[in-house]
Structure formats: C-alpha cells, structure tokens
Write a protein that binds this ligand. Structure first.
Ligand code: DX5
Ligand code: ZN
Length: 236
C-alpha cells in the first residue's frame, strides 16, 4: 500500500527541472481545524490526499502534545486513506500497540529516541504495520544507515520536530539525496518522506532528490483551495 508508484524514484540528474516520479501527498492534520477534526479529514481526503499524516507527541521528546491514539482510532472510522503516523516521543516502543490498534498503516519514530531502533522496528512489523525512522535536523543520516534494510521509510525532517508553520531548512535536501543514493545502491524499497515547511516551491527540489512522500500542513490547510495545493505538490 505504501510502495512508490512506478518503482523507485530516480536519482537527481543535474539540469532536470521536473521529476519523473509522482510523489504521494500526505496532509499533516496538525494544521487542520481541531474544532471539527472529522470534517477536516473528509475535506482533505476529497481534496486528493494520498495519505493522512498524524503527529503524536508526548510532551517530553518535544515540549508539546498533539494527536492521541484515541483520536486516530476515532478518525479511522471516517476514511480508508492510509494513516501515516509520526511519533515524536521518548519511548516509542510503548506506543506501538495502541497506534497499530488505532489503525496506523505506517509508524515513524525518531532515531534520537531512547529505545533500541531494532526493537521498535520489530514491534511495528509484528503488528503488520510499515516502519519508518525520522531524523531531527541536527542528526546526520549515518545514524539511520545501519537500519535501512529493515525500514519502509526514512524521514529527514526539514524543521525542528514539534510545531507546524516553520520554514523549510534546506539542509534536508542533501540528506534526501544522500539517503536516496544509499537506498538505490543497496537496491532497497525504502520511501523517503519530506516533512516540515514543504510548499509547492520546495516540492520539486525534494522530489528531484528522491523524496517519494511529501507531508504538508500549513501549505495545504491555510490555503482557500487545498485541492489546488495538493495538485501542485503532486506535480513537483
Ligand atoms: C512538525 C510535524 C509536521 C508539521 C508540518 O513536528 O512533524 O508534520 O505538522 O507542518 P508544516 O507543513 O506547517 O511545516
Ligand atoms: Zn510530522
């Protein structure tokens, strides 16, 4: 369900302006109107979302709270669109069963968290869910390379985790390119997601370097025409 359309993304070719790969678009529900969450899901699925991105926080790994497994379980009743759950928590292992039961299709935890990555990946896969690892902006890709062959997705974050509405940090682009090179060298089927400050202007830069999923909160939800933004992001 989460395999890239048309196989692996191409590596960046200099001078290439348009990617040969169509990314999947994952609106980040953190930017939606929390007073009418269910309607926001329906609205954004109608606007063309390929996945829905949910941010889970524990008030410890990041000093905020966001969306809970209970909320995700409730929203699971409203749509069949895959749920891409990004957990910014110190102890990811503790959350896996609740999130799998809630209906997550993909769970992405942070490599900077306190649990052993192999154990978390194993726990996610044991529940039949895809496993991803996220890196905060100050973390180098070397931290995740040992786990690449066990993963379904890598997310090199382009903002500090915890809040929407921040500006894209361009350092993420080089990380995407280097991760894509490693993934392709090893002939692996690992997606790369861009998350944080993604706009229609940023999208082609990320996709040309090998991103296959684009997460966008502010750009989509603050627009009067989210369906156009989803389309523009997809045409990266
Ligand atoms: C930040 C979250 C993002 C955030 C993206 O910690 O992981 O998913 O909602 O929001 P924008 O697109 O506004 O940067
Ligand atoms: Zn996120």
């Amino acid at each position: 369900m989460l395999t890239p359309r048309g196989g692996q993304a191409p590596a960046l070719r200099l001078g290439e302006t348009k990617s040969m790969f169509t990314p999947r678009i994952a609106p980040s529900m953190l930017a939606s109107d929390f007073t009418r969450f269910g309607e926001e899901v329906t609205r954004i699925v109608a606007a063309g979302a390929d996945l829905l991105h949910f941010d889970v926080m524990d008030g410890d790994f990041v000093p905020y709270f966001a969306i809970s497994p209970m909320t995700i379980a409730a929203l699971r009743q409203t749509t069949d669109v895959p749920f891409d759950v990004h957990i910014m928590v110190t102890r990811p292992r503790r959350y896996i069963d609740a999130l799998a039961t809630a209906g997550a299709n993909l769970i992405t935890f942070h490599i900077e968290s306190a649990d052993a990555p192999e154990a978390v990946i194993k726990a996610i896969h044991a529940r039949g869910v895809k496993a991803g690892v996220a890196l905060s902006p100050d973390t180098s890709i070397e931290a995740v390379l040992p786990y690449l062959s066990q993963l379904d997705l890598v997310l090199p974050m382009s903002v500090e985790p915890g809040r929407g509405g921040q500006t894209f940090q361009p350092g993420a682009l080089e990380k995407i390119a280097r991760l894509r090179q490693r993934i392709d060298e090893q002939n692996l089927d690992v997606e790369i997601s861009a998350d944080g400050g993604v706009t229609p202007e940023i999208a082609p830069l990320a996709v040309q370097r090998g991103a296959t999923i684009l997460v966008a909160g502010t750009a989509i939800f603050r627009s009067p025409h989210p369906e156009l933004v989803v389309k523009q992001l997809r045409q990266a």
